[in-house]
Design a protein around this ligand. Structure first.
Ligand SMILES: [Zn+2]
Length: 409
């Protein structure tokens, strides 16, 4: 048993800081959160002396197998190399305070099993297996003149997606991913930046195909997440029953209202466009992709205001690739430019937990939740940059009751 004493808890449920909070941890679980000292002779005590205590952070849009900026090249790397690099990427995420991540294409059950065996340290991993894309869609990394078959895509760990066309193939792919351990289904329902032959405005999949994916997900008691930018693509996906709306850079207020009423949650990923703009070309992103960045980048901050006004819940996401992963926590600072600090913190805790359907277990410091906790030196509500710098201002990071970092003194 461990007792964290004298914490200033950022209470994401109440929306305010609570100084003088004490937390009792037993095994991997929080047993008690109290405004008074907790009596226990046996427990080990850590006095936080008023430092800030947050629930472990959640990044709801990552790609842990994206080890290079150029995803076509990533797909050609050997599986063993990808697996070891993914472990390294996950370890670095954990040390930035992210105790849970949702992977939106590429991660496999094998990675989670290796994590569960303790072969490497990293965030809890929620996964969809390979993202589904139509031919020529956002997971089709074959260039214009590459006429190879698409079976190649399914066999490689470094490939984020798989190519399916027609409702029957969509259904088979959903069933295969769920059988292989997917927690939910991801579809590419719009053009994208990192792929070579799909302009942003292209719609991915017919409505019939989208509805087939949604039905398959529902049959498996889960949901569909869709990659989306344009308002047309978003409104169509919402109409078809998609619940997790990734990116949403070009959404209108009207569509955001409809999405909110339908129970959708958006997952913007603004930092990746800033990183791609700065570093993408030098890191090997193709010229077709570089040309598309600004189409979505410049609309980013405005989209946050639009969704906020419309009452559409936003979870925290980053979507970074390869060496750009180090920018992960800068998403906090970008969002703080237009959103209240508590809302930014909630996006990476309460709201992300809801999106991942793990409410009450993660994203909250409360009885019965996993003891996934981050201690911050200073107040991130006043200065969001305290969450950046690779965890430098986080003297304690705890996951499942175990200190993965303890620099308290
Ligand atoms: Zn993504």
């Amino acid at each position: 048993m461990i007792i964290l004493e004298n914490a200033t808890l950022i209470d994401v449920l109440a929306g305010e800081p609570r100084p003088g909070t004490h937390v009792l941890i037993e095994g991997d679980t929080i047993r008690e959160v109290s405004a008074r000292p907790i009596a226990s002779a046996a427990a080990q005590r850590l006095d936080l002396r008023g430092r800030t205590l947050l629930p472990g952070l959640i990044d709801a849009h990552v790609h842990v197998v994206a080890t290079t900026a150029n995803l076509a090249q990533n797909a050609l790397l050997p599986d063993a190399l990808i697996a070891h690099r993914a472990a390294g990427i996950m370890r670095e995420m954990l040390h930035r305070g992210f105790t849970t991540v949702r992977d939106l294409g590429g991660a496999t059950l094998g990675l989670r099993l290796a994590w569960e065996e303790g072969l490497f340290e990293g965030p809890r991993l929620v996964l969809c297996g390979k993202a589904l894309s139509q031919t020529g869609g956002h997971s089709d990394f074959r260039g214009r003149h590459d006429t190879r078959g698409t079976g190649f895509f399914e066999a490689r760990l470094g490939m984020l997606g798989r190519i399916v066309d027609g409702e029957a193939e969509v259904r088979r792919a959903c069933r295969e991913e769920i059988k292989a351990g997917a927690d939910y289904i991801k579809v590419m329902a719009n053009g994208g930046v990192a792929s070579p032959v799909d302009p942003i405005a292209f719609l991915g999949f017919s409505e019939g195909e989208l509805r087939a994916a949604v039905e398959e997900a529902r049959m498996a008691q889960t949901y569909v997440a869709a990659h989306l930018y344009t308002d047309e693509a978003i409104s169509r996906a919402v109409r078809c029953g998609v619940l997790s709306l990734e990116h949403c850079n070009l959404i209108t207020e009207e569509t955001a209202r409809v999405a909110a009423a339908a129970g959708c949650i958006a997952c913007p990923t603004l930092v990746t466009y800033e990183a791609l703009k700065e570093e993408g070309a030098a890191l090997g992103l193709g010229p077709e992709s570089v040309a598309k960045i600004d189409t979505v980048r410049v609309a980013g901050l405005h989209s946050l205001e639009v969704m906020s006004r419309a009452g559409l819940t936003m979870a925290f996401g980053t979507d970074l690739l390869g060496p750009m992963h180090r920018h992960q926590s800068e998403e906090f600072v970008i969002r703080r430019r237009v959103l209240p600090a508590m809302e930014v913190i909630r996006s990476a805790t309460l709201y992300a937990a809801k999106l991942l359907r793990m409410e009450g277990r993660i994203g909250v410091v409360a009885e019965g939740a996993f003891a996934d906790l981050v201690v911050v030196e200073g107040d991130p509500l006043q200065d969001m940059a305290l969450l950046t710098h690779q965890g430098a201002h986080m003297p304690l990071i705890m996951q499942g009751g175990r200190a993965v970092k303890n620099a308290l003194r």
